[in-house]
Design a protein around this ligand. Sequence first.
Ligand code: URA
Length: 438
Amino acid sequence: MTAHDQHDAVDLIRAKRDGGTLTGEQISWLIRAYTDGTVADEQMSALAMAVLLRGMSRAEISQWTGAMIASGERMDFSGLRAADGTRRLTADKHSTGGVGDKITLPLAPLVASFGVPVPQLSGRGLGHTGGTLDKLESIPGWRAHLTNEEINDQLDQVGAVICAAGSGLAPADKKLYALRDVTGTVESIPLIASSIMSKKIAEGTDALVLDVKTGAGAFMKTRDDAQELARTMVALGTDAGVRTTALITRMDTPLGLTAGNAVEVEESVEVLAGGGPADVVELTLALAREMLLSAGVDADPAEHLFNGRAMDSWKQMIRAQGGDPESPLPQAKHSHTVTASESGVLARLDAYSVGVAAWRLGAGRARKEDPVQAAAGVRMHAKPGQRVTAGQPLLTLTTDDEPRIARAEAALEGAWEITGTADQPEPLVTARITAADL
Ligand code: URA
């Protein structure tokens, strides 16, 4: 009997459908057999739906994650040494995705400027949230694809690397995520947690901070779901020996004043120069503190935004990947300004609508093989809680393709509200979850 005839997928589907628990051995077999094609897509779809409806225990999620890690390669940065020969702990960040979420761009060089290497293996955007690689590719010459050796060398010499995650990491997740996408099974906390954490653990980081978004523009619409996802991921990381913490952060309105590609790079550079919107600075610093703490560095990250060290680290990181950090960023061929229809307080500016508008302007893609426009996006001229006057610019829409403007405007229908008075927006960071909270 070969390893692949040990179980029958139908038995596993029935067991999960009826609320049973799968053994570690069954899960290892299932993920292996699905990756090599022995278990068919329709069987895995049924099983994913059973998991979505019935859930998984902590042990099952941990075994599922382990099996997905085992389907591919594991990176290893344990060879990185300080001048005195001690091991340099690496730290990474993962965000569950938000509109205007450019935090990785200032965060990676900021943390690296304290001597903590940051291997930030990232993806491209799909749908209404942008992709880190798409944003960086608006910098002339910048290259997303590096070999493992190049990643190691850059971590050693520059400290920060933001590059494409190779296809060798958790290939089972790649196949399963594509299946979940077309079978209505993305929204399962155990499947989301194991999907994210299998890639992050395989990436070989020592410390990880998770930015779990909650609100109208996030995957997790409620605080309870965000808490559960955060706790599940912190538990998975901790069980795998990765120092993992999570911050739960609001995603009702876009982060900062830009959503798109080049516009988000521009805003990130403002933050690295000691300026930029207050919410982007606040979140960058909150996540940097967590990463430094987990890597054993006790320092105030704000210092390096003001003394130029984070900016130096950014320029080195961009140059190391062929980019020119001084080069002007692409400008869009067309722009259109939307103005406030009345005076008052901007009470709401909906993240999801702005994300869809940026996507329709050309900043994002509908299919993974579609190109994106570097200069497409949305600039916001006010944040919720600020006063606006009738006729003042509220949003500027930019694109290379004029007919997209009307489609973006349609996405923005009802996206904001101007009222006489408004409550101050809720705090950005609403909770912190560590291994001690489990
Ligand atoms: N991101 C992932 O990588 N996986 C999921 O399942 C959801 C979001």
